[in-house]
Design a protein around this ligand. Structure first.
Ligand code: K7E
Ligand code: CUA
Length: 621
């Protein structure tokens, strides 16, 4: 027990110091590893006309977006707006996306997760969660657009998600913050009795493309951190780390770092699913809530080095590796040993009604590479070798989970949180490329003032690890996933949708319909004009009365790849986009009388500048 104390308290200071001062880093490490030779430059050079081998989907953190890069060129290709408004695409302005956002204007997106089939990325969907406003989202990879957003009740900050099970049966959303069930007011003096960390089992229906909640679990009032689903032999199980098992209600920096050990929560989702089917839950605000202290047999605790931040399952599904940010070790646990301990009731007591498995019975080995500090997250290569980020000593350490042997180390600039290798958290990692997602770029790029971009450093892992390229990235790449480019099948244009009553595909079908004070415009956008009513004297003009409730349904009838039109109304703070073949609706109250030019915001042809018209609002009197 004592063993952890000196290391941990020293590290705590180190961790804090590392977040405020980087003065100690020598620039020498940088010159040793930056791309400077021709062969390295060639490795990342993708000649004009050729394309990258991988897509990188990086979390946009508190920008609420997702950033798409090509690897190995590290060229940014796209931003997908998910939880925050984006005027570049009209996201959060058109009726559909505005409704999806549920009245929120921003989100904090941490861990993107591809849909999986048999434990491998299938290239169909991408999931993510919002720590700020407790939502889950799904992005369709045919169009790189957000399809659905779900507000998750009873939860505060599903940071540890999204991680999906082997065949995308569920994605589990455990929470960072404990709150009273239903988030009702409660004195913090009653924290231990009344607060809970809630885990939600979220499902995705591919037909309807909707997210849903199957059930929730009322966990102890601890903070849950990064989690991972089992694979192959451990596919029915999942693991998540915890901190603040001290149940501190103030000054967490100190108070949540007291205990020598926190826990890995090990749960069997097939058992939880059975409990839900058998009605072993209580109704909490319309959700099926399982209370594990009453319904035994689904959840176990495994002691782990204090305040762990990450836990990752090896590609063969045999081990899970926890890293303690306040302890300098990676701990390898065996699923097989854990299953045995569960079967034999090999328990070392209980906490909050959850059995604690004997540490010694489940632990396979503790790995402490010399002077490697602040281990956080682990990725894998095709040989099952592990790559762990060291936040404090600013490096990637390659090691063998089966022996604990350190194989290679490379410094990065600076303080990597996660890293990502090609398909590195699937059952079959590619063994190519590793990208360090660094929190601090410091002196890497041209200065832009006191705050710098984050940095993503591309590392060749085919031989001795070598940093060969780096790309700036907006805040904040908490995690990313890298998928083989040929797994993603995008569409070129939106197909005609006969069932969409808002869509108009022919000029003669365009019209403006008034119902009381509701005005519906059924218009088209094409190179290089808008037609709102083909029969009108001026087809590109919309005229309404002050106070009218206006719906502008716009279809892009250019069924031609990359011919996207925008639609903005001057001084009305409105903008949306219609991609080729797409229909979108803008809904608003015409509360300002006057003459407002409308125009296409997306450059679409030589006569794009002529693609405009007028929105006329007659004053009330
Ligand atoms: Cu930044 Cu996974 Cu949210 Cu670790 S997380 S560093
Ligand atoms: Cu349409 Cu520019």
């Amino acid at each position: 027990m004592k063993k952890w104390i000196p290391i941990a308290s020293g590290l705590l200071a180190g961790f804090v110091a590392a977040t405020i001062s980087f003065a100690d880093f020598s620039p020498k490490a940088k010159t040793d590893t930056t791309a400077s030779t021709k062969s390295n430059a060639e490795k990342v050079y993708v000649p004009f006309g050729e394309k990258d081998d991988y897509y990188l989907f990086a979390s946009g953190g508190h920008s609420g977006q997702m950033f798409i890069y090509g690897v190995p060129s590290m060229r940014k290709i796209r931003t997908i707006p998910v939880f925050s408004q984006d005027s570049a695409t009209g996201y959060g302005f058109d009726e559909h996306s505005k409704k999806m956002m549920g009245g929120y204007t921003w989100g904090d997106l941490h861990h993107p997760a591809f849909s999986e089939t048999n434990g491998d990325y299938d290239g169909k969907y991408m999931f993510a969660t919002d720590v700020a406003n407790s939502r889950a989202a799904v992005v369709d990879l045919k169009t790189f657009t957000t399809k659905d957003i779900l507000k998750v009740p009873n939860t505060a900050g599903p940071h540890c998600a999204a991680f999906v099970t082997e065949n995308t049966e569920y994605m589990f959303l455990p929470t960072r913050f404990a709150v009273p069930l239903g988030q009702k007011y409660e004195s913090l003096d009653n924290y231990s009795q009344s607060f809970r960390g809630v885990m939600s089992a979220v499902t995705f229906n591919e037909k309807s493309e909707k997210l849903g909640i199957a059930y929730q679990v009322a966990l102890p009032p601890w903070s849950y951190d990064l989690s991972d689903a089992g694979k192959k032999g451990s596919a029915d199980w999942a693991v998540m780390t915890t901190y603040n098992t001290e149940e501190a209600t103030t000054n967490q920096e100190i108070n949540a770092s007291q205990a020598d050990r926190d826990y890995i929560v090990l749960f069997n989702w097939k058992e939880l699913e059975k409990m839900e089917k058998e009605g072993k839950y209580e109704d909490v605000g319309g959700q099926k809530m399982i209370f594990p202290e009453k319904q035994k047999g689904g959840i176990y605790l495994v002691p782990v080095a204090k305040s762990p931040h990450g836990v990752d399952v090896t590609p063969d599904g045999k081990y899970f590796i926890a890293s303690g940010k306040l302890a300098p070790s990676m701990t390898v646990f065996s699923f097989e040993k854990a299953f045995k301990a569960v079967a034999n009731k090999d328990f070392a007591g209980e906490r909050n009604g959850l059995p604690i498995l004997n540490y010694k019975s489940v632990m396979e080995r503790e790995v402490n590479p010399e002077n490697a500090l602040g281990p956080l997250h682990t990725q894998f290569d095709d040989k099952g070798m592990a790559y762990t980020t060291m936040f404090i000593s600013s490096e990637i350490v390659k090691w063998n989970p089966k022996t604990g042997e350190t194989l290679d180390r490379v410094p990065v600039q600076y303080s990597p949180g996660h890293s990502v290798s090609a398909e590195g958290d699937t059952v079959a990692p590619d063994g190519k490329w590793l990208i360090a997602l660094n929190k601090i770029a410091k002196d890497t790029y041209l200065s832009v003032g006191p705050s710098h971009p984050e940095s993503m450093q591309l590392i060749d892992i085919s031989g001795k690890m070598q940093v060969i390229q780096s790309a700036p990235v907006d805040p904040e790449p908490h995690y990313a996933q890298m998928i083989k480019a040929d797994k993603i099948k995008t569409i070129n244009v939106y197909p005609k949708d006969k069932n969409n009553k808002d869509a108009v595909y022919k000029k003669d079908d365009t019209k403006i319909v008034r119902k009381g004070n509701e005005v519906h415009v059924y218009g088209i956008a094409m190179r290089s004009k808008f037609i709102f009513d083909a029969k009108a004297k001026r087809p590109d003009v919309i005229e309404v009365n002050e106070g009218d409730h206006v719906f502008i349904h716009l279809t892009n009838i250019d069924f031609d790849e990359d011919i996207t039109h925008g639609f903005a109304i001057n001084s009305y703070d409105l903008n949306m986009e219609v991609q080729p073949g797409q229909t979108n609706t803008m809904e608003f109250i015409a509360n300002k009388a006057g003459t407002f030019p409308l125009y296409c915001t997306n450059f679409c042809s030589a006569l794009h500048q002529e693609m405009n018209g007028y929105f006329l609002v007659k004053p009330k009197n």
